[in-house]
Ligand binder design. Sequence first.
Ligand SMILES: [Zn+2]
Length: 482
Amino acid sequence: MFEQNFNENNNNIIASSENDKSEIKSKKIKRIILILVILVVILILIITLVLVLKNKDKDEPNRETVQDFVVKGIFIDTENFDKLRIRKGFILVENGIIKSFKETNPNESLKLYDYSDKLILPGLIDLHLHAPQYPNCGIGLDLKLLDWLNNYTFPEESKYSNLTYAKKNYELFVNDLAKTGTTRAVIFATIHNEATLLLMDLLEEKKIFAYVGKVSMDRNSPDYYIEANGAENTEKFIEECLKRNYQYVQPIITPRFTPSVSDSYMEELGLLAKKYNLSVQSHLSESKFEIELVKELRPNDSFYAESYDKYGLFGKEIKTVMAHCVHSPDEENDLIKKNGVFIAHCPTSNLDLSSGISPAKKYVNQGYNIGLGSDVSGGHSLDLFEVMKYSIEMSKLRNIYIDTSQEHITLSEALYMATNKGGSFFGKVGIFENDYEFDAIVLDESLVKNYKEFTESERLERFIYNKNAKIEAKFIKGNKLF
Ligand SMILES: [Zn+2]
């Protein structure tokens, strides 16, 4: 009996211990399952977080390149040269093109860039500058044109045969240009194909519209900076540009100026301009010494511009921009106007290199195609507001000392040259009109404010004259650079 009880008890103990074991086991399993579930949930959360962050990164550039939007602000532009147009309201932009100006928001479902009380101008157009001379800005300006070229310009430009040097300096130039009010530019590079293409790649990447010229020069140049097979090099450069299928930059035929280009090379450049339907840029009647030099080289021409015109490099069907035209005689001016040649008026450069005072007011009044150029580094700054200021001030000196019959350039005329007229070299650019490309800059007046109340026109004038003025936002054909 005892033995039976003992066995039963023993069996019960064994059974209960087995029950305990299986209970512990099932608890363990449950715990493991719970831990697994928690781990899976954490994993799902991490994956979701990563995906959200990834999409956020993708959204950032999209937000900046969105093409359809509305901009609110105080828009100042120039329909004609004689007065500013000032309008408060909204501009609707679709695919980079201005669709309408309204006093109320035309489409509240679109992204709104709200610059309510800020002044907004069309982007500024620089019709003449030399990118490789950027490191020389503000130096060597106690020299005149020809000495300055030999002592500063040619030695600097020759360095761009070295691509490492070119990359370093062109990156700096393009980044600095992007920060200014300039939205489009017509640019001289150097005689080097590779470095010039590199500059074009950088501008294309930044989405800055530009004509870029590989410079042509085969005479009266230093041994270390002169072309041997110029026409062949130029054609190779053009072909490479076509292959790269740029959207924002394009090549432009660029004889440096008549003293540096032989007649035969000039003729070949004329043929290339025609063959590839390219525009042309060069210098004309900048200084009196230069004009004398051209007379010696081409005694049969009546005036300097004939040295381009005889080879099909001076307007008509070939769109052409000539820098300076400070000392152009009447016959030359007649040809400029007749052929629709653009004048790049570069007043900072004309003063810095003691070249002379341009009759720019006459060109404006008489309906010439005249825009502004910084002419870096003959001009000391990339800033076109500085160039606008000099255009006004230099014209006052001309009025006082040279030609009392012409008044000085006004604020609206300076803005007209920097936007509307200069913009027409690029097409439908430079004014806030329907069907025009939306290039715009928003002015940051925070550093030039004081307690006086100003009209919009006075605000613009103060901005132009004040070195502390900055750009708050910049659009090029609807692309927001910053
Ligand atoms: Zn120049």
